[in-house]
Design a protein around this ligand. Structure first.
Ligand code: SF4
Length: 338
């Protein structure tokens, strides 16, 4: 590992001041991804600014009936928080589908949003990677790309975003509150993460001198008809090949409203307004679900080793929407897919 300076931030303003003053600095909270990246010398910060003690650890109800989640709330605390379990079980379920209990105890809410891709080549500094070293090339496009994206790819990068939690936050239409030298601003979750385009080194639209202070959930939690279905190579401690966050509001047999977000298929949690529109007002049955899945996957494109993901994603969406409609969500302790 390289040498680096270490400093603690005393409050949010101090954190922003410190990061703005040193472009080579990085924030560290739980460190569950950054430390690995530093060990591999993928990240080489000149200074770590420790934000783990900032007073951003509370979960509070908002005036309009939503929840404001502090950026330092550990993933475990969030998943088991009574208000999240009762009102946003989709979010609890997605968090519990990710990583391991130990990692969830350390990982922070803000850090989960900012974790980096697990593309093997990104971690292997002996290989070209546009995300790690812009302009060097993408080793995955003609390499081993089993875990890579099928939607929203570019000629520069086909990596996927690794988070489970973010897939649920996308479906729930969360907002991200950030602070920077110019003050605070709010970013809609759909606009937070980026597609790779020709700047794959940038995962999100968070400024280099900004810090996430909170994630806000709107009042609607889809607590009755939801599921988070994660398909992976082994049943625990593995990233998604494909995951689906499905949330429905039903009026008898008919779908009044629908949210559908996918993980493991793109550089950001993937939603498609046309697919969701195709669910609204239709009967909650297999034919409706298949039509929506086909629409969402209309532009999907596989590479040498991951074409299987297209059919996998289609079947996972149909299964997830069926589970949501029946109010039989996927269990994250007994992982058998029903
Ligand atoms: Fe790098 Fe992206 Fe290509 Fe992976 S897919 S090697 S992260 S540029």
């Amino acid at each position: 590992m390289i040498n680096f300076q270490y400093a603690r931030a005393s409050d949010v303003s101090d954190a922003v001041r410190q990061i703005a003053a040193e472009p080579g600095a990085k924030f560290i909270a739980g460190g569950t991804n950054l430390i690995d990246l530093m060990k591999e010398e993928v990240e080489r910060p000149t200074r770590l600014i420790d934000i783990s003690r900032l007073p951003l650890k509370s979960v509070e109800q908002t005036a309009d009936g939503g929840l404001r989640i502090g950026a330092m709330v550990p993933n475990s605390d969030l998943a088991w928080h009574p208000l999240v379990e009762q009102r946003y079980p989709l979010l609890s379920s997605a968090i519990l589908a990710g990583a391991s209990a130990q990692l969830r105890n350390m990982a922070s809410t803000g850090g989960n949003l900012l974790q980096r891709t697990r593309c093997y080549y990104f971690y292997d500094t002996a290989t070209p990677c546009n995300k790690r070293e812009p302009g060097s090339g993408c080793s995955a496009i003609a390499g081993v790309n089993r875990m890579h994206a099928i939607l929203g790819t570019s000629e520069a990068c086909i990596a996927v975003h690794p988070s489970d939690m973010c897939v649920a936050l996308a479906a729930l239409e969360a907002k991200v509150h950030v602070a920077g030298p110019a003050g605070e601003r709010v970013i809609a979750f759909a606009d937070f993460h980026r597609l790779p385009g020709d700047t794959p080194q940038r995962d999100s639209n968070l400024g280099a001198d900004e810090i996430i202070v909170a994630v806000e959930l709107p009042a609607r939690g889809f607590a009755e008809h939801y599921t988070y279905l994660k398909i992976r190579d082994r049943l625990s401690y593995a990233f998604a090949l494909v995951s689906v966050a499905a949330a429905l509001e039903l009026d008898g047999e008919s779908i009044k409203d629908a949210r559908l977000a996918l993980g493991g298929v793109a550089h950001k949690p993937w939603r498609d307004p046309a697919a969701e529109a195709a669910l609204r007002g239709k009967p909650a049955n297999q034919a409706t679900f298949e039509r929506a899945a086909d629409l969402l996957l209309g532009d999907a494109k596989g590479f040498a080793h991951n074409t299987f993901k297209i059919d996998l994603a289609r079947r996972a969406m149909v299964r997830a929407l069926t589970q949501a409609a029946k109010a039989t969500p996927q269990s994250q302790s007994d992982k058998k897919i029903r």
